[in-house]
Design a protein around this ligand. Structure first.
Ligand code: FES
Length: 476
């Protein structure tokens, strides 16, 4: 939003702070301007789920109105620093800004684009200009006007009030703080003569729209998976069931929403692992006990030992992007990387990707069946590079020995900011007529392996655990 013409991040700006001031949201832009932004975001693949995009458009429009150079990557990156996009990896947003005042064509088959987005996200995701305007149909937006709000108390019960702020006041809920504690992977590698080992910790999928659902008496609860798959993490969301139970209890419409700290404490995480591979290619995976994870690991490593371990911490899920098989394939890809650091991965679905990280960025090659729409496929692959780089270098949830989470803000989860992102160059080997499969999952795993290999010590050893705490930079 713009407050007296200045861009402000609305999600952390209390309404009282803008009392009496001039506030412009996306809906207040001249239609010609918002339509132009919607078109250019769709044309460049700069919006996927679309949750972050209205705020980003307002930021960029504020920059444009002040005469800022939308073609200058550093200027745009600086403008985006206060924002967070989990899906796109920033690069296509920078490209959208640069294309704003040029003529962009939208003569693509957007049904085919929607099919590609749905394959990549493993959940329905629409592709259209108005997705960039926040019209993706988010779960929390669909509740009838006047629906009461339920927020989670510390004891795990729901407190209902007419508004969100009233509900939060009743339970004395305060915003979570970010932690300054360093993450430590909780599992040790089994002793043995190993060629390569890796320890990982809890990772939050960090989707931007926190889990939400609502229900009316006699109706079905709203699905938190409104427009996109949240990287598999919302599949086990308990909110629809909670909404159904609460509406049956109180008999009036109610909407439920997790706060960010609720998502960190209660939402599904990538399970921590300790992986060891011997020179003959056999190996062991020690993993936090997680339903379905052993099957996922054995889908790519049927002869490996899998040890599930009970450890205190937030819930984990095997539905998270590439959980289990991704770690094993990343270790194998790092072990077989080319002299120039190129890694290759073939996913259980049959998608293939190779990634090389060089001085000018990440070079990605992908085969994922019939492409359907190169703009969307490219956007997802760039987003996957961003997520994988964060996974290897900076992302984690700090969890203490009692299982308590200490990374309670979205900023403390370690998502790479625009200025920390390397350039990504994507090429596709199209396979007309072949079943489309998720290429970005292959890119995600191959990039993780390539980023790990790129951080080899001078003696040749790979860093022992993720996140490594290092940042990979390359010129724009
Ligand atoms: S498009 Fe930015 S968070 Fe989804």
């Amino acid at each position: 939003m713009l407050v007296d013409g200045e861009p402000r991040v609305s999600c952390v700006t209390p309404a009282r702070r803008v009392s009496g001031r001039n506030v412009t949201t996306l809906e207040g832009l001249p239609a010609a301007d918002s339509d132009a932004w919607a078109k250019v975001f769709c044309a460049t693949g700069a919006s996927q789920c679309g949750f972050c995009t209205p705020g980003i458009i307002m930021r960029l429009d504020g920059l444009r109105r002040k005469g800022g150079d939308l073609h200058d990557r550093d200027t745009v990156n600086r403008a985006l620093a206060a924002h967070l996009c989990r899906c796109t990896g920033w690069q296509t947003i920078v490209e959208a800004a640069a294309a704003y005042d040029s003529t962009v064509a939208l003569d693509r088959d957007l049904d085919a684009a929607t099919r590609r987005a749905t394959v990549e996200g493993h959940a329905t995701q629409h592709v259209a200009p108005d997705i960039a305007l926040g019209r993706g149909g988010f779960a929390d937006d669909g509740a009838p006007t006047g629906t009461q709000v339920a927020v989670l108390s510390g004891d795990g019960t729901w407190t209902v009030a007419p508004t969100m702020s009233q509900a939060r006041r009743i339970i004395g809920k305060v915003q979570g703080r970010r932690t300054t504690v360093d993450p430590e992977p909780p599992l040790e590698v089994p002793s043995g003569d190993w060629a390569i080992t890796l320890r990982t910790g809890w990772v939050d999928p960090a989707y931007l729209e926190t889990d939400a659902s609502w229900a009316i008496p006699g109706g079905s609860p709203a699905d938190p998976l409104a427009n996109g798959g949240a990287f598999g993490a919302k599949a086990p969301s308990p909110l629809p069931e909670a909404a159904a139970a609460l509406v049956a209890d109180i008999g009036t419409p109610v909407r439920l929403r997790w706060s960010r700290e609720d998502v960190v404490r209660r939402g599904a995480k990538r399970p921590p692992m300790a992986i060891a591979m011997a020179a003959d290619g056999t190996g062991v995976v020690r993993v936090a006990r997680t339903e379905g994870i052993a099957e996922r690991i054995r889908s790519v490593a049927p002869d490996w030992d899998v040890e599930e371990v009970d450890i205190a911490g937030p819930p984990t899920s095997s539905s998270i992007r590439a959980a289990g098989w991704g770690e094993v394939l990343a270790v194998r890809a790092a072990a077989t990387a080319g002299d120039d650091g190129t890694t290759e991965v073939t996913t259980p679905d049959g998608a293939w990707a190779s990634v090389r990280i060089a001085g000018d960025g990440a070079h990605v090659r992908v085969r994922c069946g019939e492409l359907l729409d190169s703009v969307v496929a490219r956007s997802y692959c760039i987003g996957a590079v961003h997520m994988a780089l964060g996974w290897v270098t900076s992302e984690s949830v700090v969890v203490d020995g009692d299982g308590e989470c200490h990374s309670l803000t979205v900023r403390s989860l370690g998502i790479l900011r625009p200025g920390d992102m390397i350039a990504v160059h994507v090429e596709f080997d199209d396979e007309p007529g072949a079943e489309p499969v998720s290429g970005s999952d292959a890119v995600f795993v191959a990039t993780a392996a390539a980023a790990w290999v790129a951080q080899r010590e001078s003696g040749g050893a790979l860093p022992a655990s993720w996140p490594t705490g290092r940042v990979l930079h390359s010129p724009a």
